[in-house]
Design a protein. Structure first.
Length: 749
C-alpha cells in the first residue's frame, strides 16, 4: 500500500500537460520529485512549466498532497449535487473540487461558481498550501498578510517575501510546483511533523520510495542532545528523537588518553534515552562513545555516531559497600575524608593512604608516615581528617586519594572488598585558620559553655587540666569538660557544684587545646562570664518500653555516660516477684549508636513481667549525663508486658563483595553467634539443584552485625538465600532458625 496515491485514474491522464517541454524533468528536479510521488502528472511530453496552473489542477494537487485520492474516488457519488453550479459531475476534476470545497481549502465565488479552468494566482496557491499544513484562513493568516505569514511559517524563504503584499497573477506552473515541493518538507502547524513523515507513518510511501523521489527521507538527523553520567558506572545519553537497535555489541567506549576500552555490561533503550552501564570510570578523564549503528523509529540508520563525556566525579557516594563517600578540602594541607560505612580506629593508620598529584605518586603513606596526621571526626562516625605536616597542595593541580584494600571498617569489612578505592579532589590553598575562642557563657548554674571557631581535638578538649574556673574570690570550681556530641566546636563544662548567679567568674585555658587537625592550639586566661539564674535541664527518664516479659527499653531525655548493670533497678507494688529493688540480668548500651537508650534484660526463668502489674524503673545517681551531671535517683512507672521474649529478626542481608556477607539484626544479639557452621548460604545451579555454601568464618560486631567470610567467590548472576540454624539474643537465649528464617541476600553496589 506504499503508493496508493499514484494509482492511475482514467479521467486524469491528461492533467497538467497542456504544453510539452522536452527538457522539463531533466532541468527541474523538484518536478521530477513530484512526478515520482504522483503529485503532478505529465502526458509523456512535459509539464508546461512556463504556463499557468488552473484552479481545477490545483484542486487535484491538494487532494494528492493530503493522500486522499483513493478514498475520494471510492466514495465519490456522481449523482450528488455539486457545491458549484459550473462543476459537471462527469468532468475529471469534479470529485477533487467537491472534496476540497468540503474541506474549505479552496473557496468558490460569490455567484456559486468555481471557475475550474481559470488560472490561479500566487496568493491563491500559497493559501491552499497553508491549508494543507493545517493553518486556518482568517485565524492564522489573511489575504493581506499571507506573504509575511508564509515566510514566518517556513513555506517561503526569500527575505523579500516578508514585506511583499501585491499578488502575482502571472504565477507559473514551474513556480507553483517548486512551492508544492517546499510544502512537502515544511512542518505542520505547531508540530515537527511534515508530509514526508506523515506519509511514512501512514504507510503511504516507503523510505525507499521517498529516497528514490529525490527527497531526504530522514528529515531529522539523529543527534545527541545531552550526555551525563549519574554515577561512576552509568552513562545516560539523550537523543533528539526516539532511537532503537542499540545493544552493547554495537557500542564502544574508549578512554581517550589511553585508548583503552571501558567495559560495557548493559545497554537499555527507552524512547530517546539510552542508559549504558559501564565498568568503573576514572573521574574527569575524557571518554568517547561510538555507536556503530543507530536507528530511529522510521528505520533510518546513522553510522559511527560519536559523542564524548568526562568520567564521573561524584559529590558524594552512598553505598552498602565500604568505599570513599566524599572528600572535602579544608586548607592548603588538610582534607576531610568521609566513608560510606561507619569506621573504627583502623582508618587512622597512615599506611593505608597514598596521594597522587596529576597521576604521579606525591605522598606515600608508608614511607612518609610521620608527615601525616589523621584523626577521626568527633561529630561523624564515618570520617577522618588528614593533615600533611610538610607538604602543601598546589591550586593548579588535581589530586587523587588512594586507599589500600586492607583498610577495614568497624565491622572488619575491607575497603571495596579488598580492591581498595580512590577519588579525585580539587585542593583548597587557604592557610589553616588559627584556633580561637569565640564565646563563653553559662545559660544555667550547672553548665559552662565555651565555643570555638573550629572543630576541636577531643583528647585536649576533654582534659580536666585544660580548663580552670575561678570565682570572684579566686577560688577554683571543679568541672568536667566534654566535647558537645552535637557540635565539635563546643565544650560543655559540667559543674560539680552549681555556680552562683550573683558572682562573676573567670575561665582560664591553662593547657593547650588543639584544633582537630592539630595545626594550631590555644591558651587563654582571665575570660570573664556571668551565670543565668536557671538550672540546667534535669536528666530524666522519658519513656520505658517493655518489649516482652523479660526485655525493657529505657529512654532518657539526654545522652548519658555508659551505665553499669548495678546503676538501674526494677521494683513493683503488686508483683511479689519484684517486691524490692531487683538487679537486671543483662544491660545493653550502644556507645556508637543511640546513647539515650538502655536495654535491660531479666532472666525469665526466675523473674518476668506480668500483664496488668505496675512496675517502677529507678536509675540511681550513678547514671550521669554526658557532662557528668547527675539528678539523683530518677524513676519512671510503667505497666508490664506478659508476652514471651521474641527472637532477633534479620533486618537486612547484603553481599558486600565476592566473599563477604553482612547480616544486620533488629535487636542486640549475643557475641557467641560466631559459629560459622550455624549459617548456610543457598543457591540453585544451572540444573535447578539447591547448593549450600558454608562460611569459613563468622564475626560479630556491635552485638547486631554478623560478618560472614566465604571460601569461594559469590556469583552476581545468581540469587542467594541465607539460613541460620539458631540465633541467640543478647541474654544468650536461643531461638531456632531453620528454613523459616530463609532470606534473600541483596548485592551491595
Amino acid at each position: 500500500m506504499f503508493k496508493k496515491i499514484i494509482a492511475c485514474f482514467m479521467a486524469i491522464t491528461m492533467l497538467l500537460s497542456v504544453t510539452a517541454f522536452a527538457n522539463d524533468t531533466n532541468e527541474n528536479t523538484y518536478v521530477d520529485t513530484l512526478s515520482k510521488l504522483g503529485i503532478v502528472k505529465g502526458n509523456g511530453k512535459g509539464y508546461d512549466l512556463d504556463g499557468q496552473i488552473k484552479r481545477c489542477e490545483a484542486a487535484a494537487i491538494i487532494v494528492r498532497l493530503l493522500g486522499e485520492e483513493d478514498n475520494m474516488m471510492m466514495n465519490y457519488d456522481p449523482s450528488q449535487i455539486s457545491y458549484y453550479s459550473d462543476i459537471e459531475s462527469d468532468k475529471w476534476y469534479a470529485p477533487y473540487i467537491n472534496y476540497i470545497a468540503n474541506k474549505g481549502i479552496i473557496n468558490g465565488y460569490s455567484d456559486f461558481t468555481f471557475r475550474p479552468n481559470q488560472y490561479i494566482s500566487e496568493k491563491s496557491v500559497i493559501k491552499m498550501l497553508l491549508g494543507v499544513l493545517e493553518y486556518k484562513y482568517i485565524i492564522d493568516f489573511t489575504w493581506s498578510n499571507i506573504y509575511e505569514k508564509a515566510y514566518e511559517y517556513g513555506l517561503l524563504e526569500d527575505e523579500v517575501d516578508k514585506t511583499k503584499t501585491e499578488d502575482n497573477n502571472q504565477f507559473t506552473r514551474g513556480e507553483a510546483f517548486e512551492l508544492v515541493r517546499k510544502t512537502i518538507e515544511t512542518n505542520f502547524k505547531d508540530s515537527d511533523m511534515t508530509l514526508v513523515k506523515k506519509w511514512i507513518e501512514d504507510d503511504r510511501f516507503s523510505i525507499s520510495d521517498i529516497t528514490e523521489a529525490g527527497l531526504d527521507a530522514d528529515e531529522t538527523k539523529t543527534e545527541v542532545t545531552n550526555i551525563e553520567n549519574t554515577n561512576s558506572t552509568s552513562v545516560r545519553i539523550t537523543f533528539n528523537e526516539s532511537v532503537k537497535g542499540i545493544t552493547k555489541d554495537n557500542v564502544s567506549i574508549i578512554r581517550k588518553d589511553t585508548d583503552k576500552d571501558l567495559k560495557i555490561t548493559k545497554v537499555t533503550v527507552k524512547d530517546n534515552l539510552v542508559t549504558i552501564v559501564t565498568g568503573a570510570q576514572s573521574a574527569l578523564k575524557d571518554y568517547e562513545v561510538t555507536f556503530e549503528s543507530i536507528s530511529d523509529n522510521y528505520d533510518f540508520v546513522t553510522k559511527d555516531l560519536k559523542t564524548q563525556f568526562k568520567g564521573y566525579m561524584p559529590d558524594e557516594i552512598e553505598s552498602n559497600k565500604f568505599l570513599i563517600s566524599k572528600i572535602e578540602a579544608v586548607s592548603k594541607d588538610t582534607i576531610k575524608v568521609f566513608f560510606t560505612q561507619p569506621i573504627g580506629v583502623v582508618p587512622t593508620v597512615t599506611n593505608f593512604y597514598d596521594i597522587y598529584e596529576d597521576d604521579t605518586l606525591w605522598f606515600d603513606g608508608d614511607t612518609n608516615a610521620s608527615d601525616m596526621y589523621i584523626a577521626k571526626l568527633p561529630d561523624s562516625d564515618r570520617g577522618v581528617i588528614i593533615r600533611l605536616t610538610k607538604k602543601n597542595y598546589d591550586i593548579k593541580k588535581m589530586y587523587k586519594l588512594k586507599i589500600k584494600g586492607t583498610m577495614t571498617n568497624e565491622t572488619g569489612v575491607k575497603m571495596n572488598d579488598g580492591e581498595g578505592d580512590s577519588m579525585l579532589f580539587p585542593p583548597l590553598v587557604l592557610d589553616n585558620f588559627e584556633l580561637k575562642r569565640e564565646l563563653t557563657y553559662a545559660f544555667n548554674r550547672n553548665v559552662v559553655t565555651v565555643e570555638f571557631n573550629k572543630s576541636l581535638d577531643k583528647a585536649t578538649a576533654e582534659r580536666t587540666a585544660s580548663f580552670q574556673i575561678v570565682d570572684s574570690n579566686n577560688n577554683s570550681k571543679v568541672g568536667v569538660p566534654r566535647l558537645d556530641p552535637n557540635n565539635s566546636k563546643r565544650v560543655l563544662i559540667g559543674m560539680i557544684s552549681p555556680l552562683d548567679p550573683n558572682q562573676t567568674y573567670k575561665l582560664n585555658i591553662l593547657n593547650p587545646i588543639y584544633d582537630l587537625e592539630k595545626a594550631t592550639s590555644l591558651v587563654e586566661t582571665k575570660i570573664e562570664f556571668g551565670v543565668a539564674e536557671e538550672a540546667s535541664d534535669k536528666l530524666e527518664i522519658s519513656l520505658v518500653e517493655p518489649v516482652s516479659n523479660s526485655e525493657i527499653r529505657v529512654y532518657f531525655n539526654k545522652i548519658i555516660a555508659e551505665p553499669r548493670i548495678t546503676d538501674i533497678f526494677i521494683s513493683s507494688t503488686n508483683d511479689s516477684n519484684f517486691s524490692g529493688d531487683t538487679v537486671f540480668d543483662k544491660l545493653y548500651f550502644d556507645k556508637n549508636g543511640n546513647q539515650t537508650l538502655v536495654t535491660l534484660y531479666l532472666n525469665p526463668s526466675s523473674k518476668k513481667l506480668k500483664d496488668g502489674s505496675s512496675y517502677t524503673i529507678k536509675a540511681t545517681d550513678r547514671v550521669k549525663d554526658y557532662t557528668g551531671l547527675s539528678n539523683g535517683d530518677i524513676t519512671f512507672d510503667f505497666n508490664g508486658n506478659g508476652s514471651d521474649k521474641q527472637s532477633p529478626m534479620l533486618s537486612s542481608g547484603w553481599i558486600l563483595g565476592k566473599r563477604t556477607v553482612k547480616l544486620e539484626f533488629d535487636k542486640p544479639i549475643s557475641g557467641t553467634n560466631n559459629d560459622n557452621n550455624n549459617y548456610k548460604i543457598k543457591y540453585r545451579n544451572s540444573d535447578d539443584e539447591v547448593k549450600i555454601l558454608t562460611p569459613s568464618q563468622a564475626s560479630i560486631f556491635d552485638y547486631k552485625y554478623v560478618i560472614l567470610t566465604m571460601n569461594t567467590d559469590l556469583d552476581y548472576s545468581k540469587t542467594y538465600k541465607i539460613e541460620y540454624t539458631m540465633i541467640k539474643d543478647f541474654r544468650e537465649d536461643s531461638f531456632v532458625g531453620g528454613s523459616s528464617k530463609e532470606d534473600i541476600l541483596d548485592f551491595a553496589y
